[in-house]
Design a protein around this ligand. Structure first.
Ligand code: 5GP
Length: 177
């Protein structure tokens, strides 16, 4: 690894992350009929922390599914190609589905996943919640329905997001200067 944790600057503190995710959950709750079940799809591995924090505050009956995709590998920018490790999903006929992802950058990963889910799973409704929206890097037409933070085009790590597979466990968001 070229970079070291001591060069990591704090961008978002743990308390800020938690507070914003809680208000995002309130926003999501008020956008759904709370009597209807919601299927959450966690995009592994980056969304794992956001997914578990967000889901705690959702008030409708929730089911959890997991897919595993990557477009970055060990690099700090998108490879432009999707690697799919696991896209096994049940039939979600007539279900409300909310995809939960760490960050939308070029939009390649989510453009692919949203189209895949709409085509394969016959869901009633498919929406997208992201922790970070890097709008300035967008190349595909992906607009999150729910987004916690908008950020500049910098490479961030922590709270699920990795650098060479490390630092996903950090409870804050940092960046290398
Ligand atoms: P996209 O397909 O939108 O270009 O990229 C989405 C994926 O790239 C994310 O799910 C995430 O894994 C990775 N990614 C994008 N930006 C960053 C970043 O700033 N930091 C890290 N660690 N991963 C990122």
């Amino acid at each position: 690894m070229e970079k070291d944790i001591k060069d990591l600057k704090v961008l978002i503190k743990p308390s800020e992350l938690k507070d914003r995710i809680k208000t995002l959950a309130d926003e999501i709750n008020s956008n759904y009929n709370l009597d209807e079940p919601l299927t959450l799809i966690c995009v592994l591995r980056g969304a794992v922390m956001f997914f578990s924090e967000l889901s705690k505050y959702l008030k409708m009956p929730v089911k959890m599914e997991f897919v595993s995709l990557s477009s970055y590998g060990d690099a700090q920018k998108s490879s432009g190609k999707i690697k799919s490790f696991n896209l096994n999903l049940p039939n979600m006929h007539d279900e409300n589905v909310l995809i939960v992802e760490d960050i939308v950058d070029t939009g390649l990963t989510l453009d692919f996943l949203i189209k895949f889910i709409k085509m394969k799973c016959s869901a009633k409704d498919v929406k997208l919640a992201v922790l970070f929206d890097k709008k300035c890097a967008r190349k595909y037409d992906v607009i999150p329905d729910f987004s916690a933070f908008e950020i500049d085009d910098k490479f961030i790590v922590g709270f699920g997001l990795d650098y060479c597979g490390y630092y996903r466990n950090l409870d804050y968001i940092g960046y290398f200067e």
